[in-house]
Design a protein around this ligand. Sequence first.
Ligand SMILES: [Zn+2]
Length: 130
Amino acid sequence: MNAGRVLTEAGVDTDELRVLIHPIQPEQVWLRSATPLMMRFWGSGIQAMTVRRWIFVDPGLLNGDRAKLSLLIIHELVHVRQWSDLGVLGFLSSYLGSYLRGRRKGLNHRDSYRAIDLEVEAREIQARFR
Ligand SMILES: [Zn+2]
Protein backbone atom coordinates (compact mmCIF):
# COMPACT_ATOMS: atom_id res chain seq x y z
CA MET A 1 0.00 0.00 0.00
CA ASN A 2 1.23 3.52 -0.68
CA ALA A 3 0.94 6.50 1.67
CA GLY A 4 -1.18 8.48 -0.80
CA ARG A 5 -3.98 5.93 -0.55
CA VAL A 6 -4.13 6.24 3.25
CA LEU A 7 -4.33 10.04 3.03
CA THR A 8 -7.08 9.90 0.40
CA GLU A 9 -9.12 7.34 2.35
CA ALA A 10 -8.85 9.47 5.50
CA GLY A 11 -9.70 12.68 3.62
CA VAL A 12 -6.50 14.48 4.62
CA ASP A 13 -4.78 14.72 1.23
CA THR A 14 -4.79 18.53 1.14
CA ASP A 15 -2.84 21.20 -0.75
CA GLU A 16 -1.47 22.42 2.60
CA LEU A 17 0.01 19.00 3.31
CA ARG A 18 1.40 18.69 -0.24
CA VAL A 19 3.24 22.02 0.23
CA LEU A 20 4.66 20.97 3.61
CA ILE A 21 6.09 17.70 2.25
CA HIS A 22 7.14 19.02 -1.19
CA PRO A 23 8.72 17.49 -3.31
CA ILE A 24 7.60 14.14 -1.87
CA GLN A 25 4.70 12.44 -3.66
CA PRO A 26 2.82 10.28 -1.12
CA GLU A 27 1.91 7.84 -3.94
CA GLN A 28 5.61 7.02 -4.22
CA VAL A 29 6.08 6.26 -0.53
CA TRP A 30 5.50 2.66 0.53
CA LEU A 31 4.01 1.29 3.73
CA ARG A 32 5.16 -2.04 5.08
CA SER A 33 4.37 -3.99 8.22
CA ALA A 34 7.19 -3.78 10.72
CA THR A 35 8.60 -7.20 11.64
CA PRO A 36 8.56 -8.47 15.24
CA LEU A 37 12.37 -8.29 15.27
CA MET A 38 12.31 -4.65 14.18
CA MET A 39 9.74 -3.75 16.80
CA ARG A 40 11.78 -5.39 19.53
CA PHE A 41 14.33 -2.58 19.08
CA TRP A 42 11.74 0.22 19.05
CA GLY A 43 11.19 2.06 22.29
CA SER A 44 7.76 1.93 23.87
CA GLY A 45 5.33 4.26 22.13
CA ILE A 46 7.12 3.99 18.76
CA GLN A 47 4.60 2.99 16.10
CA ALA A 48 6.53 3.48 12.88
CA MET A 49 9.97 4.03 11.42
CA THR A 50 10.87 5.72 8.15
CA VAL A 51 13.89 4.78 6.07
CA ARG A 52 14.07 6.97 2.97
CA ARG A 53 10.86 6.19 1.04
CA TRP A 54 9.79 3.25 3.16
CA ILE A 55 7.56 3.55 6.21
CA PHE A 56 7.52 0.52 8.50
CA VAL A 57 4.36 0.51 10.60
CA ASP A 58 3.20 -1.49 13.60
CA PRO A 59 0.91 -4.08 11.89
CA GLY A 60 -1.86 -3.45 14.41
CA LEU A 61 -2.05 0.17 13.29
CA LEU A 62 -1.63 -0.59 9.60
CA ASN A 63 -4.87 -2.57 9.63
CA GLY A 64 -6.70 -0.38 12.11
CA ASP A 65 -8.44 2.98 12.23
CA ARG A 66 -7.72 5.03 9.10
CA ALA A 67 -7.88 8.44 10.82
CA LYS A 68 -5.30 7.40 13.40
CA LEU A 69 -3.10 5.81 10.74
CA SER A 70 -3.27 8.89 8.51
CA LEU A 71 -1.96 11.15 11.32
CA LEU A 72 0.95 8.80 11.83
CA ILE A 73 1.60 8.74 8.07
CA ILE A 74 1.65 12.56 7.94
CA HIS A 75 4.35 12.54 10.64
CA GLU A 76 6.35 9.92 8.75
CA LEU A 77 5.98 11.75 5.41
CA VAL A 78 7.75 14.73 7.01
CA HIS A 79 10.61 12.34 7.78
CA VAL A 80 10.58 11.13 4.15
CA ARG A 81 10.96 14.77 3.06
CA GLN A 82 13.78 15.26 5.59
CA TRP A 83 15.61 12.16 4.25
CA SER A 84 15.19 13.62 0.75
CA ASP A 85 16.34 17.14 1.75
CA LEU A 86 19.34 16.07 3.84
CA GLY A 87 20.46 12.87 2.13
CA VAL A 88 21.24 9.66 4.01
CA LEU A 89 24.35 10.91 5.83
CA GLY A 90 22.87 14.34 6.49
CA PHE A 91 19.69 12.86 7.95
CA LEU A 92 21.48 10.34 10.15
CA SER A 93 24.07 12.82 11.43
CA SER A 94 21.45 15.46 12.19
CA TYR A 95 19.16 12.94 13.88
CA LEU A 96 21.84 11.26 15.98
CA GLY A 97 23.71 14.50 16.66
CA SER A 98 20.57 16.15 17.96
CA TYR A 99 19.79 13.13 20.16
CA LEU A 100 23.32 13.04 21.60
CA ARG A 101 23.29 16.77 22.34
CA GLY A 102 20.16 16.17 24.40
CA ARG A 103 21.83 13.33 26.28
CA ARG A 104 24.92 15.44 26.97
CA LYS A 105 22.65 18.12 28.42
CA GLY A 106 21.41 15.49 30.84
CA LEU A 107 18.07 14.63 29.21
CA ASN A 108 16.90 11.03 29.53
CA HIS A 109 16.36 8.82 26.45
CA ARG A 110 12.71 9.76 25.95
CA ASP A 111 13.24 13.51 26.38
CA SER A 112 16.31 13.46 24.12
CA TYR A 113 14.30 11.63 21.47
CA ARG A 114 11.46 14.15 21.74
CA ALA A 115 13.93 17.06 21.49
CA ILE A 116 15.47 15.86 18.19
CA ASP A 117 14.98 18.79 15.77
CA LEU A 118 13.68 16.52 13.00
CA GLU A 119 11.12 14.97 15.40
CA VAL A 120 10.01 18.40 16.63
CA GLU A 121 9.31 19.49 13.05
CA ALA A 122 7.43 16.26 12.24
CA ARG A 123 5.26 16.62 15.36
CA GLU A 124 4.51 20.29 14.63
CA ILE A 125 3.33 19.52 11.09
CA GLN A 126 1.37 16.48 12.27
CA ALA A 127 -0.41 18.63 14.88
CA ARG A 128 -1.83 20.91 12.18
CA PHE A 129 -3.94 18.00 10.89
CA ARG A 130 -5.44 16.82 14.17
ZN1 LIG B 1 9.22 10.89 14.07
